[in-house]
Design a protein around this ligand. Structure first.
Ligand SMILES: Cc1cc2nc3c(=O)[nH]c(=O)nc-3n(C[C@H](O)[C@H](O)[C@H](O)COP(=O)(O)O)c2cc1C
Length: 340
């Protein structure tokens, strides 16, 4: 596997990370994911500078210590606001702060957040400089290989070169362009073709930078192949919809052979967290909505999904319902699958 370059702010390993995803990678999903992989680097959903500086700051920055290593992803373009948020991220104990330059949504474009910033490298340069000055944790940038109208390789090199000169050493590259008009965010994750070779070329041209590949990765074999020359992979949808993928990450990507809990043990380990969430006035579904894919591909997967997406709303005793479901699932899956 590729040896990562020496970075001036090393921070957490980015060999494998779970992508920031709005509505998906909230603290409950992250807690659940951490029960399966010790090493995967986790990212928050994007939080805008406005939400932190003018909103309920504590809520937006809150996480459980077990989630570490954990990075905060920021959305914004105003250097001083981003700097202030980077400082708050460090104070809150985040291991990294990441700037979103990849999200194509209209809502965020209107505020100059996300992929549209690729057309304004100077704003990203100013932001990164200010963030680096304001904190001592690593500042990373997540971006696309281009946007419509600015999608040549030279323009990508110009963008990465400028942001690197500002001090950023780690780039997470979603290997497709974003089309800022006419496509929904979902279409922008599916229609522009994936071009891993562009990210590979970027690493060749900037060997001193840490380059992490993102986009369409589902298979650990392919990830390992890509990591022959790239420094790491970031996985979004597959990690969410098929979280058992994480069960092999520590062993295959981090050479860590600690015993992996079974799916049933993961459910058992999640129970006290759910109980505490309920005791604080929370709703069980807010946690369990993230675990629907745990049994993907196994007998009982549909039952599990259905119980947690539909039947759950009929119960008045959520923890008893959960315990029963865990028992059902232990019976339904064959014993050898329990340990997979
Ligand atoms: C539901 C959803 C929400 C997302 N929200 C964010 C976000 O907040 N910030 C961001 O940088 N990317 C966001 N993304 C993009 C992912 O981080 C990732 O770049 C993209 O899904 C491609 O990776 P994948 O093919 O492994 O899913 C989101 C993706 C999805 C599916």
């Amino acid at each position: 596997m590729q040896q990562p370059p020496t970075l001036s702010r090393p921070g957490p390993s980015r060999r494998f990370s779970i992508a920031p995803m709005m509505e998906y990678t909230d603290r409950h999903f992250r807690y659940f994911a951490r029960l399966i992989s010790h090493h995967a680097l986790l990212y928050t959903e994007m939080v805008t500078t406005g939400a932190i500086l003018q909103g309920d700051r504590e809520r937006f920055l809150a996480y459980s210590p077990e989630e570490q290593p954990l990075a905060l992803q920021l959305g914004g373009s105003h250097a001083q606001d981003l700097a202030q948020c980077a400082r708050l991220a460090e104070q809150a104990g985040y291991a990294e702060v990441n700037l979103n330059v990849g999200c194509p949504s209209d809502r965020v474009q209107n505020n100059l957040i996300g992929a549209c910033l690729m057309a304004h490298p100077q704003l990203v340069v100013d932001a990164v400089k200010a963030m680096l000055d304001a904190c001592s944790i690593p500042v990373t940038v997540k971006h696309r290989i281009g946007i419509n109208g600015r999608d040549s390789y030279e323009q990508l090199v110009d963008f990465v070169g400028q942001v690197h000169e500002a001090g950023c050493e780690s780039f997470i590259v979603h290997a497709r362009i974003a089309i800022l008009e006419g496509l929904s965010p979902k279409e922008n994750r599916e229609i522009p073709p994936l071009r891993y070779e562009v990210v590979q070329q970027l690493k060749k041209d900037f060997p001193q930078l840490e380059i992490i590949l993102n986009g369409g990765l589902t298979d650990l074999e392919v990830m390992q192949q890509q990591m022959q020359t790239l420094d790491g992979v970031m996985v979004g949808r597959e990690a969410y919809h098929n979280p058992w993928l994480l069960a092999q990450v520590d062993q295959r990507l981090y050479d860590d052979d600690h015993p992996v809990p079974s799916r049933i043990e993961v459910l058992q380990a999640l129970r006290p967290y759910i109980a505490e969430h309920i005791a604080r006035g929370g709703v069980m579904h807010h946690v369990t909505r993230h675990i629907l894919g745990l049994f993907q591909g196994l007998p009982g997967a549909r039952h599990f999904r259905r119980q947690l997406s539909t039947e759950i709303h009929r119960t008045e005793q959520p923890l008893a319902f959960y315990d029963q479901l865990v028992e059902d699932m232990a019976e339904r899956i064959r014993p050898q699958d329990c340990s997979l």
